[in-house]
Design a protein around this ligand. Structure first.
Ligand SMILES: N[C@@H](CCC(=O)N[C@@H](CS)C(=O)NCC(=O)O)C(=O)O
Length: 209
């Protein structure tokens, strides 16, 4: 059985949603990053990086959201949320996931963890401000392009789950990403998916809070 180590509303929520979508048996362990539970020696034995998520699999622990969703969907999926290897659709979904994991998540790090970038308060403020503006620029573009029901188009892929989890963090930006014209109904639509609703209820979060 799988065991997901998650922190409420963190990127681990993407994996949590995918486990629910797949209907595979799994259990969860809350590891609150807010309370520093991810920095204990015991947790670091599971993930030396001291981050969530970690998924315990029958083969051992696996980390990194992008790797985890691909692994789970390849193993248990029917090609709906992630198309088969070698297809154009899969390439497009992986492109979206890679953008979120390697471009957008690091921008949020500038916004949430500016202390990691410099000891100099002026530099830290500049890092946070530039990160904020880059995030808002990107979300404004995606909001304008989001004319279909899903970020992926007419049908959802796992990239939509990933996008939803990160857009939710954008409620801390000004203006709130979650209330942008097309992103707001998208968030509502995603939150109404039964699998996502179950994962969010377990974590005690909603698409907007
Ligand atoms: N590249 C990793 C990033 C994991 C990550 O940054 N997790 C955050 C929560 S979204 C975390 O554990 N932060 C706590 C910390 O860095 O102290 C992934 O995509 O899984």
């Amino acid at each position: 059985m799988y065991k997901l180590y998650y922190s409420p509303g963190a990127c681990s929520l993407v994996v949590h949603c995918v486990l629910e979508e797949l209907g595979v048996p799994f259990e969860t362990q809350r590891v609150s990053t807010k309370d520093g539970e991810h920095k204990t020696a015991e947790y670091r034995k599971l993930n030396a990086k001291g981050k969530v998520p970690v998924l315990m699999t029958p083969d051992g622990p696996l980390t990194e959201c992008a790797a985890l969703v691909e692994y789970l969907l390849d193993k248990h999926g029917d090609g709906t949320l992630l198309a088969k290897a070698g297809t154009w659709e899969r390439g497009q979904t992986l492109e979206r996931i890679a953008t979120l994991a390697t471009e957008i998540h690091p921008l949020y790090n500038r916004f949430f963890h500016e202390d990691d970038f410099s000891d100099d308060a002026t530099v830290r403020a500049a890092v946070k401000e530039r990160g904020t503006q880059k995030l808002l620029d990107w979300y404004r573009g995606e909001d304008a392009a989001l004319t279909g029901p899903y970020w992926s188009g007419e049908k959802p892929t796992v990239a939509d789950h990933y996008f939803m989890v990160m857009a939710r963090w954008g409620r801390w930006l000004d203006p709130k990403v979650t209330l942008m014209k097309n992103i707001e109904p998208f968030m509502k639509r995603m939150g109404e998916r039964p699998a996502i609703a179950r994962a969010m209820a377990r974590e005690g979060v909603t698409p907007f809070a």
